[in-house]
Structures are given as structure tokens and as C-alpha cells.
Design a protein around this ligand. Structure first.
Ligand code: GLC
Length: 678
């Protein structure tokens, strides 16, 4: 049963799809304080309580022991002292033995989550605005609560089948020549791939919905030529529209009054890549639809996938903020700068970007209701996601499009996927990628992924290889890099053959992953979950922070440390380990319950299969997902005497395509230490 309690004046956020009548009074077991303004919820914890959820957030799988913040932020350093990243996913799972409470704060403003950081045995959640719908779901086990929550927020977005293929990306590919070169080299080296992203470089002066006439003279032709190679082109779209009446999107937006205003009615201006920009009021239906229709010419050119960016919104500086900074700098000019003056100078520049004052300086018209931005800040990116997907579906209602976005709020999981933003080429970020997976899954973000190999900094071949060994299990598998960093597509490394072989594993697993993805969308079961969900009585399993269940059938435990020749793995029960080097080179062995050091060479990926299961693999080399549609045979991998596998498939292209389920009979399976696959 789902209970709801309202405080202040909650806004319509589009997060939930079920209508739940608010109850009177306060929920039992939770202390509620009215802070005027703001509201605070305090809950006790015991030593045993575990906390899961919160989606995109730093640190471990169990979120206990840190202060988090819901405030969508373009922060380029995802270090563990940070409280907020790009998405706000206000769902917390409070797990006690035999009793789980799911708590969802539908409040798109600023929220602090003190999860036992200040007071060890207390959860203190503070909504600074105080306009909240609090949803509570209580049941015996976390999986039941998660499923109920996903029922509340509606089914997750399903991308086209091809989007599960390998995607290459880089900030710096200027246009057709660059990307054709990359694609051609991948094809020559038989590295399977399905998509290539275009970053802001493809645009004319970084302006949305334009193409650079020099580097992309024939957009439709380029898209067609790449599609003939079974590669989809995925351009980026940013949130800001340049302040320039000669820019068609700007002129049209001004004519139709679709941009956000300040309190005095003037238009809010702040800079992003093209310089000063206006910002569409995505929280207004008319303006949202206007923006969504801007995608149409690109769709007509054959584009069927996009990534939306800078939509927290990220602001380099606002017009007002810059003026104030110049004044400050002028006042310090020609002076002997002592400590306080020097810090003032530094602050004047450092505080320009994403300044809290700027987020208080503009207003939304939420279909008739005027709302200051900071109250609904975390909804902005979600509005852009909805704008884009609705726009695409007005163009073609039954087509599935790829869309992933940076900023998000629960609800947008129905319209698109997310990527987790600008990570670094750090081993700790490979681990963070793994640790974020369960939380994202619980919050409905099934189609998500991190920049493989790391976005910022120069990466290394071993890090890319190890990261690919995790990436093969994650729905969005994209290798992306920042401008100016070392080239890092697979072809650039001496170990490219090993990397290619690992990518072939993605395609071997893809029908299984897709089938499980469809099931997870349908049932609300997380695709990735903590071991605690399936082994509640096993203390070691419950507290394991670097292994994750991939569905109820498998466990993943990738190597995430530099120069490691393997890793410690805890098996909560006997499991069958698949050691995989390529789609045609793998072996299996049964391992006993308990702690192991598992050797894992740099060119190997591991998958652990639970007792009683077999999973289907495609043990054939393929070039792209097109080859997977050609009815290749499956090899069943897993335990002897396993139950049959229900494979879910659909046409992978249409929203209305029916799911077809077929039963795959188990193969011979493995039952001893030198177990075979077939
Ligand atoms: C942002 C995005 C990154 C992109 C860059 C340039 O930093 O997060 O992925 O490459 O902008 O568009």
C-alpha cells in the first residue's frame, strides 16, 4: 500500500502516474517539523539499517553515512565529498530485517539528506522549500517495495534495440570526415558498433539545431551514408538558445515568447557554449512543445537518436553576474592584493558559474502558475527530456528513438535514458560507475551508463579495457571523452584486439540483456540491485559494496583496480563463473559459496550465474545489432539441470511492437570445476 502526505503546496511534477489520495495528519514513526520555510522529516535507524536508492549519487551502494543534496548540478569533479550530481532522484529505501520502508519526496526544489552523517542513527531529510508530497511504501522486503514504487512512477523508457549496441563518442569530432574515419577503422578492425555521437563541434558556432556548413555540408547524406554501414548518428542538443535574432530558433522563440523571464518581465540571459543564451520554459506545455518541434528537421534528415545536455541548466555566467564580477575586478585593479583582496578576486570569477543567485533570478509559467526557478530547479532537465521525446513522437508516434540526457528528475525515466556526466579517467570512477547502478535502477533509470574509460583526463589502455569489462553489462555502452584529452576509441590502443574481443561479448550478451531489460520495465524489478535484496540473512553479502546483482539470475564483480590480477569476490551461494575473453572464447566453472580471490587477466570479463539458471549467449562474431536480428542461434550458459529461459523479444523499432516470449530449453550446462558451456 502506498501512503501520501502533503506539506505546503506541492507542485505538479509529472513524477507519479498513480493517483494516491493524501492522508490527514503525519505518518507514524517519522517526526515532522515545520521550519517555516521548509520542512524536516526525522527517522530513527538501528545499527542494522541499510539505506539504498537516491539514484545518481556518489559513494557506495549503501548510502548510509553521508549528506546528499537534491540539486541538479553541473559539477565536473565527482569526488566523494560532493553532495549533488546532475540528477535528483528522491527515492530512499530504508531496509531493516523483515521490514522495508520506501520513501519518495516529490519535491523538485533543494533537499538535504543527512543519512546518519551527523547523528549516526538518524535520517534527517530537509526540504528547504517545504512544498512536498511524501510517499511511503512499506513492506517486508526491498524488492516488493521497489516494484510498488516503480508502479507509482510509471514504466521506464525503452530505446530502440540498436541503442544497446556499442556507441563511440568524442568531444572534438568536427563532422562527417572525422566520424567516417572512426567508423571505417572500427569496421576494418571488426570492432562491432551501432552508433556514433556528434558533440557540439558539429554545430554552426555551437548553436542548437544547426549544422556546421563546412564540416557537415550534407547532413541527410551523412546520416544515410553511415546508416548504410549500420551506424546511427546521435547529435547533441544543449539547453540554451543563443541570444541572436539572426538565429532561427532564437527569432522563433522570441516571436512565440517561449523563453524564461525575470521578475520584471525581461528575458533571463546567461552564457553557455555559444555565448549568451535564452532558456526555454520547459515547464510550460506550450513552450515545451515549441522546443520539441525544433528537432523535426533533424529527424527529417534521418537522425533517430539524440543526447540532451547542459540542462540543469548549466550556466557559465549570467549577464548580471558578469557585470557584478567586472565591477569587483575593476575595484581591485592596480592594487597590491593581500589575502582578502586576492580571495575576493578569485571569488569574483569562481562564483560566476551556476551561481545560486542566478537560479533565483528567473521564473517559470507552469501552465498558468508563476513559479520561481529555484523552487522547481530539479525539474528543468526532465522538462527538456519530455520536450524532446514528445517532439519526436509528434514526428513519428510509433517509432522508438534513442534519447539520453544529463539532468533528470524521477518522471523523466519514462521519456529517455541518462548518462552520468563528466566523470574522470580514474579507477575510482570505474568503481563509482558500478556502485551507482543499483540506485539508478531502483529509480527507474534502466537505460543509463557512464562515459566508459573516463571523460576528463588522459586515460590509459588498461583502464579502458577494465571499464569495457563492466560496460558490456550496462544498457548504455558509450565510450566518450573530453576535448583535448588523449584519443580513446578502441583503435588507438595497442591492446585494441583485447578491447574488440570484450566488445564482442556485449553482443553475445545483448539478446539476454535486452530480454531482461524488457522484463524489468514490465515488472518494475530493478535490472541491477544490491546483494542485500536477494541474500537478506547474509551479513557479508548485505554489506558488499563492489558486487552487484544483474537481475535475479547473475552477479557482476568487475576488476576496478589498477594493476590488479584479479579480485576478491564473495559468493553468497555456489555460483557458476563464466570467464569470458570474446564471444567465442569463454569457459565456465562452478565455485563454492564463500570468499575467493578470483584471478582475472586484463583481457577477461567475469559473470557469475546463480544456481538453477542458464542464460542465452550469441557465440558468433557480429558487426552490429543488425546481424543479431538475423536469427543467430543461442548457446545456453549456466548450470546443469537449469530451468528453461524465457526470452523476451520485440521488433526493437516500434512503440507498439508486441513482446514475444519464447522458451529456450536449457543446454547441457556445467556441474563441476571444469564445466563446459555447451
Ligand atoms: C558537457 C557534457 C559532455 C560534453 C561537453 C561538450 O561537459 O557533459 O559530455 O562532451 O559538455 O558538449
Amino acid at each position: 500500500m502506498i501512503r501520501r502526505y502533503d506539506y505546503g503546496t506541492p507542485l505538479l511534477t509529472d513524477a507519479v502516474v498513480l493517483s494516491v489520495e493524501p492522508e490527514k495528519g503525519n505518518p507514524g514513526g517519522i517526526t515532522v517539523e515545520d521550519l517555516k520555510p521548509g520542512i524536516r522529516f526525522t527517522l530513527p535507524m538501528t545499527e542494522e539499517t541499510q539505506l539504498f536508492g537516491l539514484g545518481q549519487a556518489v559513494r557506495g551502494i549503501d548510502k548510509r553515512g553521508h549528506i546528499y543534496r537534491s540539486w541538479n548540478t553541473d559539477d565536473v569533479l565527482h569526488t566523494e565529498n560532493k553532495a549533488a550530481l546532475y540528477g535528483s532522484h528522491n527515492f530512499l529505501l530504508i531496509v531493516n530485517p523483515g521490514d522495508t520502508l520506501g520513501l519518495f519526496l516529490d519535491d523538485p526544489g533543494d533537499i538535504r539528506w543527512d543519512l546518519g552523517a551527523t547523528e549516526e542513527n538518524q535520517i534527517v531529510i530537509t526540504s528547504l522549500g517545504g512544498d512536498v508530497s511524501l510517499y511511503l511504501i512499506q513492506d517486508r522486503d526491498p524488492l516488493t517495495v521497489c516494484r510498488a514504487f516503480r508502479g507509482l512512477i510509471g514504466k521506464s523508457y525503452i530505446p530502440p534495440f540498436w541503442a544497446f549496441g556499442y556507441i563511440q563518442s568524442r568531444w572534438g569530432y568536427a563532422g562527417e570526415e572525422d566520424i567516417t574515419k572512426v567508423v571505417t577503422e572500427h569496421r576494418q578492425k571488426h570492432i562491432p558498433m551501432d552508433g556514433i555521437c556528434l558533440d557540439i563541434d558539429y554545430m554552426d558556432r555551437f548553436r542548437d539545431f544547426t549544422w556546421n556548413p563546412k564540416t557537415v555540408p550534407d547532413p541527410a547524406g551523412m546520416v544515410k551514408r553511415l546508416r548504410e554501414k549500420n551506424v546511427h548518428v546521435i547529435p547533441i542538443i544543449d539547453a540554451g538558445i543563443p541570444v541572436d535574432e539572426n538565429d532561427p530558433a532564437c527569432a522563433d522563440g522570441l516571436k512565440n515568447d517561449t523563453f524564461v523571464h525575470r521578475e520584471d518581465g525581461s528575458l533571463f540571459q546567461a552564457a553557455v557554449w555559444p555565448g549568451l543564451c535564452y532558456f526555454t520554459d520547459y515547464l510550460n506545455t506550450r513552450c515545451r512543445n515549441w522546443f520539441g518541434d525544433l528537432y523535426r528537421p533533424m529527424l527529417e534528415a534521418g537522425v533517430d537518436g539524440f543526447w540532451n545536455d547542459m540542462n540543469e541548466p548549466s550556466l557559465f555566467y549570467s549577464r548580471d553576474g558578469l557585470e557584478a564580477a567586472w565591477k569587483e575586478i575593476d575595484s581591485l585593479k592596480d592594487r597590491n592584493l593581500g589575502q582578502s583582496e586576492f580571495w575576493a578576486l578569485k571569488r569574483a570569477v569562481d562564483s560566476l558559474a551556476n551561481n545560486p543567485e542566478d537560479y533565483r533570478a528567473f521564473w517559470h509559467d507552469m501552465d498558468g502558475q508563476k513559479v520561481r526557478h529555484d523552487r522547481v530547479h530539479n525539474l528543468y532537465g526532465a522538462g527538456m527530456t519530455k520536450a524532446a521525446m514528445d517532439g519526436m513522437h509528434r514526428f513519428d508516434p510509433d517509432r522508438r528513438f534513442l534519447l539520453f540526457t544529463r539532468s533528470s528528475y524521477i518522471g523523466s525515466h519514462r521519456y529517455g535514458g541518462i548518462w552520468t556526466g563528466d566523470n574522470c579517467a580514474w579507477w575510482s570512477h570505474l568503481k563509482l560507475n558500478l556502485q551507482m547502478l543499483p540506485g539508478l535502477s531502483m529509480c527507474g533509470y534502466l537505460f543509463s551508463g557512464a562515459d566508459l574509460g573516463g571523460f576528463n583526463n588522459d586515460t590509459t589502455g588498461d583502464l579502458v579495457l577494465r571499464w569495457l569489462e563492466l560496460g558490456i553489462f550496462v544498457p548504455l555502452m558509450r565510450n566518450h571523452a573530453a576535448l583535448g584529452t588523449r584519443e580513446k576509441d578502441i583503435c588507438r590502443f595497442s591492446r585494441w584486439k583485447d578491447m574488440r574481443n570484450i566488445v564482442t561479448l556485449r553482443y553475445a550478451l545483448l539478446p539476454f540483456l535486452y530480454s531482461e531489460f524488457l522484463k524489468a520495465v514490465d515488472s518494475g524489478t530493478p535490472l541491477f540491485m544490491p546483494l542485500a535484496f536477494l541474500y537478506p540473512g547474509d551479513t557479508v553479502a548485505c554489506h558488499t559494496q563492489d558486487q552487484v546483482m544483474l537481475t535475479e539470475q547473475c552477479m557482476i564483480a568487475p576488476v576496478y583496480e589498477q594493476n590488479a590480477v584479479g579480485r576478491h569476490v564473495y559468493l553468497p551461494e555456489d555460483m557458476l563463473m563464466l570467464r569470458m575473453r570474446s564471444c567465442t572464447d569463454m569457459d565456465a566453472c562452478v565455485m563454492e559459496k564463500g570468499a575467493h580471490f578470483v584471478p582475472c587477466a586484463l583481457n577477461e570479463a567475469l559473470l557469475f550465474i546463480r544456481k538453477g539458471y542458464q542464460i542465452p549467449l550469441v557465440m558468433h562474431d557480429v558487426e552490429s545489432t543488425v546481424d543479431l536480428r538475423a536469427g543467430l542461434s543461442f548457446t545456453m550458459a549456466g548450470w546443469k539441470d537449469a530451468q528453461p529461459y524465457e526470452l523476451w523479444e520485440d521488433d526493437g523499432e516500434h512503440v507498439s511492437a508486441p513482446v514475444i516470449s519464447r522458451t529456450l530449453a536449457p543446454g547441457r550446462g556445467a556441474d563441476n570445476r571444469s564445466g563446459l558451456l555447451r
